[in-house]
Ligand binder design. Structure first.
Ligand code: ZN
Length: 74
């Protein structure tokens, strides 16, 4: 006598000899995979753009040459 499981996605009964066990279908398997993938790839903190940091450093250097010249003459 074949047993049956409940599909974790749609709760339909799935025969244990189904090729998609524990899912009722390939569609529910894909939905479950999608849930895991979206959890894994969720980014909680912003990523700093290295190019943007470089631009900020250049802007900082361009502001100082005059001040540094004064400093070294004294
Ligand atoms: Zn299902």
């Amino acid at each position: 006598m074949a047993k049956a499981l409940h599909c974790p996605i749609c709760k339909k009964l799935v025969p244990v000899d189904s090729p998609d066990v524990p899912f009722c279908s390939d569609r529910c398997r894909v939905i479950d995979l999608g849930k895991w993938a979206s959890g894994d790839y969720k980014i909680s903190s912003p990523i700093l753009d290295p190019d943007l940091l470089e631009d900020l450093e250049h802007a900082e250097q361009q502001r100082h040459p005059v001040d540094e010249g004064k400093f070294w003459k004294n």
